[in-house]
Design a protein around this ligand. Structure first.
Ligand code: BGC
Length: 393
């Protein structure tokens, strides 16, 4: 039995994203994608978890567990429903959420873009529209003006590498394009949007760390895969890690590993269990990617902004998270400045193309009544946070 203590002030929290929990986000590109003829989405997001209305209950749960932070995203299409038209009521909604966090002793970690883009921007080219980065920076300026004084940490983008690769290279996110050159151009636009967003957020009221979050994978070279591995890392991670220069932190989000052969991903290794997402159960991936983010950025502080597992087996969740966190502890022991760990997710929610099948939540949501029921892993994670220590059996 080992007692792994974490540094004072280490942030323990949990995360969600607007489109995955709010419900009724009818005015963005994802809603359109979910309803398009022949869509790859298994079901539409619909009411999601009704968190647009039930957010106080969500915050009560997070605080009741004893966690110290809540990461959530704002929905651009609610704030700017038509180009240049701003909803004060929507900004006020998110301001109340930030205030609600403070009232409950939670640090609000606000993400300004989590995959969804307003229809008006999507209709005129999305991230390929030449002024999309400026439009995003303008959103950041507006929102920070309305609630910056209450922000704890700010993430400009959630996983811009997933937006460009899934949306423009693999065609499974909107706008469903499959073109490597277009993916690269969009990655460039997102990096530029990030830099403009950072400037806008720093220029407004409040004083909080600003960064972006990146989807990271523990890429491993199989025989002959070394060169391919370097190419994969370059396009999917390194261009974005380079764009974080000057940021206050880098958000690491890791779910698994991927073995790369000369022709690309080899998929799960026979014998290694897979999650509901189809990738390997590989908790050690978090440690490997935290180390990589730290090394590649030359020592930018790391916040684990997402980590978790899609599983119906809550005991498997506890074991997975425990192993991943033990890896974070080893990173700290080696002098890597990790500031916190945010579990994905608070709720079982809308898992994009896969709908409501995969279960990432610490809390189960009844799909008819929207009633919330914390799972045993929620109690376990809360106890860990309150003790600021992991007990390893
Ligand atoms: C995303 C989340 C998603 C999670 C689990 C991350 O890529 O930021 O929106 O639900 O992974 O797949």
């Amino acid at each position: 039995m080992a007692h792994l203590a974490f540094p004072d002030g280490f942030l323990w929290g949990t995360a969600t994203a607007a489109h995955q929990v709010e419900g009724g986000n009818v005015n963005n590109d994802w809603w359109a994608f979910e309803h398009a003829p022949g869509t790859v989405c298994v079901e539409p997001s619909g009411d999601a978890c009704d968190s647009w209305n039930r957010w106080p209950e969500d915050l009560d749960i997070v605080a009741g567990l004893g966690l110290g932070a809540y990461r959530f995203s704002i929905e651009w299409s609610r704030i700017e429903p038509a180009e240049g038209e701003w909803s004060r009521a929507a900004i006020e909604h998110y301001r109340r959420m930030c205030a609600g966090c403070h009232e409950r002793g939670l640090v609000p970690i606000v993400t300004f873009h989590h995959f969804t883009t307003p229809r008006w921007l999507a209709e005129r080219g999305g991230w390929e529209a030449s002024d999309a980065p400026e439009r995003f920076a303008r959103l950041c300026a507006r929102v920070v003006d309305g609630l910056g004084d209450l922000v704890g940490w700010a993430c400009t983008f959630n996983e811009p590498n997933i937006v460009s690769s899934m949306g423009y290279r693999f065609g499974v996110f909107p706008p469903a394009v499959r073109d490597g050159a277009r993916r690269d151009a969009v990655s460039g636009a997102l990096c530029r949007a990030h830099r403009l967003g950072v400037e806008a957020l720093r220029a407004g009221p409040g004083d909080f760390p600003v960064g972006l979050t990146l989807s990271m994978t523990d890429f491993q070279a199989a025989d002959g895969g070394e060169e391919r591995l370097e190419r994969v890392r370059r396009t999917s991670e390194d261009v974005f890690l380079e764009a974080t220069a000057g940021d206050d932190f880098v958000g690491v989000q890791t779910y698994s590993r991927d073995r790369i052969g000369p022709d690309g991903s080899l998929g799960p290794e026979p014998g290694v269990p897979v999650t509901q997402m189809g990738y390997e159960v590989w908790p050690a991936a978090l440690e490997a990617t935290v180390r990589r983010a730290w090394a590649r950025t030359g020592g930018t502080p790391v916040l684990v902004t997402e980590n978790g597992i899609g599983t119906a087996d809550d005991e498997q969740r506890r074991a997975f998270v425990s192993e991943a966190i033990a890896g974070v502890h080893r990173c700290l022991g080696d002098g890597i400045d990790v500031r916190g760990y945010l579990h994905w997710s608070l709720l079982d929610n809308f898992e994009w193309v896969l709908g409501y099948g995969p279960r990432f939540g610490l809390v189960e949501v009844d799909r008819t009544t929207f009633g919330r029921r914390p799972k045993p892993s929620a109690g376990w994670f809360g106890a860990l946070a309150r003790a600021n220590a992991l007990e390893v059996v």
